[in-house]
Design a protein around this ligand. Structure first.
Ligand SMILES: *[C@@H]1O[C@H](CO)[C@@H](O)[C@H](O)[C@H]1NC(C)=O
Ligand SMILES: *[C@@H]1O[C@H](CO)[C@@H](O)[C@H](O)[C@H]1NC(C)=O
Ligand SMILES: *[C@@H]1O[C@H](CO)[C@@H](O)[C@H](O)[C@H]1NC(C)=O
Length: 195
């Protein structure tokens, strides 16, 4: 009796393992088009424009950066995207605690539609406090359709969320100082972001 039961459990377990291995391999195949950076949202188009950046905000709390970026994503106070009046949408925003450092991590998922309503890109932002008292933003924007030249659109999608009053970006709550590092963002012409 018990032997038959154990045998059945064993057969059941093996079947489950095979099934999950099958689904996992299918899952990883469909995600192959996503860029390797974990902060990138991915894209169904295997050839597409994108921008990955690391931005630091010296001596600034992440809460301050989060307030300003969230306000712009929500178009608070009728805030207008200076790049062709694009439309941002906040998809989700959550906070968690990094188990290694104990620091808070803020994760934001959003989209950006071009002013003409033709193209919607996906963007993710991750904010963590750096060792030197700077808030660090790891971020990535990806086109969802086949594209090579994007005339800095993916860069502007990100840049316009924190650009400051000195470069005639209207801040809603805080004008932020920042430093950009282009990790995988070859099209990054700032002048494109305000026309
Ligand atoms: C840069 O982005 C492209 C397009 O998303 C991607 O295919 C490539 O793997 C990325 N390169 C690196 C070094 O992450
Ligand atoms: C949401 O964004 C975070 C980083 O901000 C990322 O780790 C996560 O994978 C994103 N979720 C989706 C569905 O893209
Ligand atoms: C604006 O520029 C001034 C000097 O030109 C500088 O001291 C200040 O930090 C800048 N502010 C921002 C938010 O970039």
């Amino acid at each position: 009796m018990t032997a038959t039961l154990n045998y059945r459990i064993l057969v059941g377990l093996i079947a489950m393992l095979i099934a999950s291995a099958f689904f996992m391999s299918r899952g990883s195949q469909s995600e192959e088009t996503a860029a390797s950076n974990p902060v990138c949202p991915g894209s169904p188009a295997s050839v597409h424009a994108s921008c990955e950046m690391k931005v630091s905000f010296p001596g600034t709390q992440c809460q301050t950066v989060l307030e300003e970026i969230t306000a712009r994503l929500n178009h608070e106070n009728s805030w207008m995207d200076p790049h062709n009046k694009g439309k941002y949408s906040l998809i989700s925003s959550k906070s968690s605690t990094d188990e290694k450092t104990g620091n808070e991590v803020n994760l934001i998922n959003a989209s950006h539609m071009t002013g003409n309503g033709k193209y919607t890109d996906l963007l993710n932002l991750q904010l963590t406090m750096g060792h030197d008292g700077s808030c660090v933003l790891e971020t990535c924007s990806e086109s969802q359709v086949t594209s090579i030249l994007d005339f800095s659109t993916n860069f502007c999608n990100l840049h316009n969320l924190y650009c400051n009053d000195n470069e005639s970006c209207n801040s809603i709550h805080h004008s932020l100082d920042y430093m950009e590092e282009y990790e995988n963002c070859s099209q990054n012409t700032v002048s494109r972001c305000s026309s």
